[in-house]
Write a protein that binds this ligand. Structure first.
Ligand code: TXA
Ligand code: MG
Length: 310
């Protein structure tokens, strides 16, 4: 068990935008300040995922979660399982300070209060939401000891808090309230029967809905209202230009210095901003396909694709 100076050191590192691995009851998480776009981008880079999957925001108590998301009565009932291995997906609250990158452009937010004394002490010390995917590189098994984390991610994290082996050992159960009724998105450490007992009815599963979709691909995925043209060296008449790099930057740019990490940090916020300005046609500069560039291009390609008529 770590002492309180170690927790304070970890909290300070998180506030500075560094990555900190910490134990939860399910698996070890790789934490970053959820309100810091660049820290969240760094987290995606460390995970090495080719896509921006939405992340879980971890908070110290239910009250903190209620401030970040809009909870229905049923969603509030499930908060009784906190602290514990349950993640609840709800609409983002207005003025939610969590990075749009952490929601991967969704209008929702995933929230969880983990049940581990070290995690709770850390979250209280930081006093803000911490996003934390499992602390393994993309495609590898989730870590349940500090040694696992050290072996797989050691050089990418500032601090690894050692809280011993995780007691649950599988990830949290994820339940979404985005389609009205509670829907099970991922089975996990909290059995569905326990959840259904509290709700008084069965959980829907993704397969029940007319259009099945993975958690990362919900229909509510943010797409700007504007039409997007990618790989544009310059804007055409009437287009708003979203630049990248010293040669392709103007008034709006994802990163004037051509840094893909900074571009990832700015991506969703800039698209929202241009939407807010009423841009109808957005031309986007070429983004190199390296590092986070792969995930940025994946997201832009999907945002630019023709949308189904609704
Ligand atoms: O037990 C856990 O949940 C661990 C510990 C560290 O808390 N964390 C974890 O995070 O497993 P990760 O990133 O490996 O998995 C997060 C899951 C993914 O299936 C993701 O698609 C889903 O939560 N998720 C996150 N935000 C979501 C959202 N807004 N809508 C739908 N699904 C979401
Ligand atoms: Mg994982």
């Amino acid at each position: 068990m770590e002492c309180s100076t170690e927790i304070n050191r970890a909290a300070a590192a998180l506030k500075n935008g560094a990555l900190v691995a910490f134990p939860t009851e399910t698996v070890y998480g790789l934490g970053a300040d959820a309100t810091n776009d660049e820290a969240v981008a760094r987290l995606f880079a460390a995970k090495g995922r080719p896509r921006f999957n939405p992340l879980i925001s971890h908070v110290a108590d239910a009250a903190a979660a209620f401030a970040l998301g809009v909870f229905s009565d049923d969603a509030k009932k499930l908060a009784a399982f906190w602290p514990g291995p349950l993640t609840i997906v709800v609409p983002r609250a207005e003025n939610c300070p969590v990075s749009l990158l952490a929601s991967a452009g969704l209008s929702s937010i995933a929230l969880r209060v983990p049940k581990h004394p070290l995690a709770l002490a850390l979250l209280s010390a930081v006093g803000r939401a911490i996003v934390a995917p499992s602390a393994n590189p993309s495609g590898r098994v989730s870590p349940t000891t500090a040694e696992h984390v050290k072996g797989a991610m050691g050089e990418k994290v500032a601090i690894i808090l050692d809280g011993g082996p995780c007691t649950v050992g599988v990830e949290s159960t994820v339940v979404s309230f985005m389609q009205g009724q509670a829907t099970l998105l991922r089975p996990g450490g909290l059995p569905r029967t326990a959840i259904e007992k509290v709700l008084g009815h069965e959980l829907k599963t993704e397969a029940d809905s007319a259009q099945p979709h993975g958690p990362g691909q919900l229909e509510s995925h943010y797409a700007p209202r504007a039409h997007l043209r990618l790989d544009a060296a310059a804007p055409l008449n009437g287009e708003t230009y979203l630049g990248f790099g010293p040669h392709h930057s103007g008034r709006h740019t994802l990163s004037a210095r051509g840094d893909v990490l900074e571009a990832a940090a700015n991506l969703f916020r800039m698209l929202h901003e241009l939407d807010g300005l009423g841009a109808r046609d957005i031309a986007i500069a070429p983004i190199p396909h390296e590092g986070l560039g792969e995930a940025i291009n994946d997201r832009l390609r999907r945002a630019a694709a023709p949308r189904p008529q609704t």
